[in-house]
Design a protein around this ligand. Structure first.
Ligand SMILES: [Mg+2]
Length: 264
C-alpha cells in the first residue's frame, strides 16, 4: 500500500486528460477533484509549450511543476516565478538542420515555424491565441507530415546523425534533441526524493507513442484508449488500459488505480 503522501500523478494532455477532438477535460473533473482532495500532485507532461501549459494550469487551478515540449524542459514553481530546467536541445539550434534536410531530401511537410497562427488554427481547431501560444516553442518543432512513411524513415536516419529525433505525437511529428517524456520523469523522481527525503510512487497516463518512455518510467502505467488509433502496447506489471477514450478513460482509470493501490 502507498500512502497519499508520496504518490505523484504525471499525465499527458491531448487525447489523455483532454479530449482528442474538443480539448475538453470535463469528464475527468471528479478524478481531478479527488487527487486535489488527497493532496496528490498532478504534473502535466505534454508536447505543448510553456505558454500553453501555463494557460491550462490556470484553468485546472494546478500549481505543481510541469514538463513542456516532450520533456524538453521542466518548470518548477518558485514563488511567483519558475525555475526552468532545460533537458532538450534549443530549437533555434536545430531548426536550420531541419530546413536543410527538407531541401536536400525534397520532403513535404509544414513545420510550426513555416506556419502562421491562422494556418495552425485551421489544422488544429485551436483559437488564434491558442495557436500563437502553441508556436512559442523552445525545444521542439512539430511537423504536419505530408510525405510518405519511407521518407519519414530516411529523414529520421539523417536527423539521428545530427543528434536529433522525430517522435510521433497525436497529430504531429515532433523534432527534438535526444530527450523524451521519460527522462523528465526520472529527473522529477530525483527532485521529489530530495524535496521529500523519500521515494515517490509515480502513476503516469498517456495515449500516444511519445508517451511510451514516460509510461515505462512510471511505477503504475495507465494507457488511455484513443478514438483514432489502437491502444499502446506496453509490457509492464502495473498496467491498466482504460475502457473509455480520453478524459472519460482518465477519470475511470485514476479511480481504478487508486483502488488497486488501496488509497480509496
Ligand atoms: Mg496524447
Amino acid at each position: 500500500m502507498q500512502s497519499g503522501k508520496n504518490l505523484v500523478v504525471i499525465t499527458d494532455l491531448d487525447g489523455t486528460l483532454l479530449d482528442h477532438y474538443t480539448y475538453r477535460f470535463t469528464a475527468a473533473r471528479p478524478a481531478l477533484d479527488l487527487l486535489a482532495k488527497l493532496d496528490i500532485p498532478l504534473i502535466l507532461n505534454s508536447s505543448k509549450t510553456a505558454a500553453e501549459l501555463l494557460s491550462i494550469r490556470e484553468t485546472l487551478n494546478n500549481h505543481h511543476p510541469f514538463i513542456i515540449e516532450n520533456g524538453g524542459g521542466i518548470y518548477l514553481p518558485k514563488g511567483d516565478d519558475y525555475e526552468v530546467i532545460a533537458l532538450g536541445t534549443p530549437r533555434e539550434d536545430f531548426l536550420p538542420v531541419v530546413s536543410r534536410l527538407k531541401n536536400d531530401l525534397q520532403l513535404k511537410f509544414r513545420g510550426f515555424s513555416d506556419m502562421t497562427d491562422e494556418e495552425l488554427s485551421e489544422y488544429t481547431g485551436l483559437s488564434q491565441q491558442e495557436s500563437h501560444n502553441a508556436r512559442k516553442r523552445d525545444f521542439t518543432e512539430p511537423l504536419l507530415w505530408q510525405d510518405n512513411e519511407t521518407s519519414l524513415r530516411t529523414f529520421s536516419v539523417e536527423l539521428a546523425k545530427h543528434g536529433l529525433q522525430a517522435t510521433q505525437g497525436g497529430r504531429f511529428i515532433h523534432i527534438s534533441g535526444i530527450t523524451d517524456k521519460g527522462k523528465s520523469v526520472a529527473w522529477l523522481r530525483d527532485y521529489y526524493k530530495r524535496l521529500l527525503n523519500n521515494s515517490i510512487y509515480v502513476i503516469a497516463l498517456g495515449d500516444s507513442p511519445n508517451d511510451i518512455e514516460m509510461l515505462n518510467n512510471a511505477d503504475f502505467a495507465i494507457v488511455i484508449r484513443s478514438p483514432v488509433h489502437e491502444p499502446l502496447l506496453i509490457k509492464k506489471d502495473n498496467l491498466l488500459v482504460s475502457e473509455h477514450f480520453g478524459p472519460e478513460g482518465w477519470n475511470e482509470s485514476i479511480n481504478l488505480c487508486l483502488e488497486k493501490l488501496n488509497i480509496i
